[in-house]
Ligand binder design. Structure first.
Ligand code: SD4
Length: 327
């Protein structure tokens, strides 16, 4: 475990993170029934960078009660994080040296929006939200997504790699060998899922995708049901890791459906990993991890192999948790 990671793990806040609506209220989970009782808000995000994203999401949720705003604003922090080489325009580029981004957002009532293979947009998650709210569609990609962004007033960023990405890209070009590398910066998508005090759910997912992917490649993150799925009747799930392996099993949808059939979030994540392993021949080269919450506020995580962790914010504090894993 990195020292930063262990530091964060140890620094669990002792101060409860209170939401205004919760002060003085007995927050009991109502078993998903609309009986007027309050739910305990919970926000989970993939990887260590989820801590900062959750901080922002929790702040937005506390101040506004707006769950969709919270999951959007939360992952925007990661989209701007220059240290993160798998999210945002500073992420590692495709094999032509171009950073192309994927993102999705979903509410538990079935509303959703996503963008894929989009260029020059600093906040693809906000563009995905615009697709959800301002178009009759679910997904826009490539040049169409970029044109829609311009129409919506998004500024176009200069197409230039960040210094770190440029350096690594030049290094990679010496061999131009494409081989996903398990568990390093190559797999750092942020997926965030959240349960609000009203028992509603929402989620977001944003990434620059796999480093040195083919130009035009789209991963699981913008594909509703693969990288993200949310249903107020059941729960929410998100994914990180090799997108192709996750798309193949409709990972996030699978987890929500397993929870609908009575599995706990942990059991559902474990079954998804088992399925993923059985459907992917080159498993030695694959890392993938899942995160899930159910309506009652129970949660779980599981990954193919060691190294996946996730950030959890709840009324009693926040922490970074190492996921259990299969191989
Ligand atoms: C993708 N799932 O594009 C993303 C990559 C990733 O953590 O998760 N990185 O395949």
């Amino acid at each position: 475990m990195s020292s930063r990671r262990s530091f964060l793990k140890k620094s669990i806040l002792s101060t409860p993170l209170l939401l205004p609506g919760m002060i003085g209220t007995a927050c009991v989970n109502s078993g998903g029934k609309d009986n007027g009782e309050k739910f305990k808000p919970l926000i989970l995000s993939t990887w260590e960078h989820g801590m900062a994203a959750n901080d922002k999401a929790w702040e937005v949720l506390s101040e506004t009660g707006d769950l969709v705003g919270a999951v959007e604003q939360g992952v925007k922090v990661t989209e701007l994080d220059l240290e993160n080489l798998s999210v945002g325009l500073q992420g590692l580029p495709d094999r032509e040296g171009i950073a192309t981004l994927d993102a999705s957002i979903m509410k538990g009532d079935g509303s959703c929006g996503s963008v894929g293979f989009v260029r020059q947009i600093k906040h693809p998650i906000s563009l995905a939200r615009k697709v959800m709210e301002e178009t009759p569609h679910v997904m826009l990609v490539g040049e169409g997504a970029r044109r829609f962004a311009i129409e919506q007033g998004f500024p176009l960023e200069e197409e230039k790699l960040s210094p770190k990405s440029e350096e690594l890209f030049q290094e990679w070009k010496k061999t131009s060998e494409y081989k996903p590398i398990i568990n390093i910066e190559n797999h750092d998508t942020i997926g965030m899922i959240a349960l609000g005090a009203d028992g509603k759910l929402a989620g977001s997912c944003t990434t620059s995708g796999l480093a040195y992917k083919m130009h035009g490649r789209v991963g699981d993150s913008p594909i509703i049901g693969a990288g993200l799925f949310v249903d107020d009747e059941v729960g929410a799930a998100t994914a990180t890791g090799l997108g192709e392996s996750i798309i193949r099993i409709c990972g996030s949808f699978l987890i929500v459906e397993l929870m609908r059939q009575g599995r706990t979030p942990q059991e559902a994540c474990e079954e998804a990993v088992r399925r993923l392993i059985s459907k992917n021949k080159n498993i030695d080269d694959i890392q993938a991890g899942f995160l899930a919450i159910n309506k009652e506020g129970a949660y779980g995580a599981y990954s193919v192999r060691q190294g996946f962790n996730y950030a959890r914010h709840h009324a009693d504090g926040k922490d970074l948790i190492d996921s259990k894993f299969k191989l």
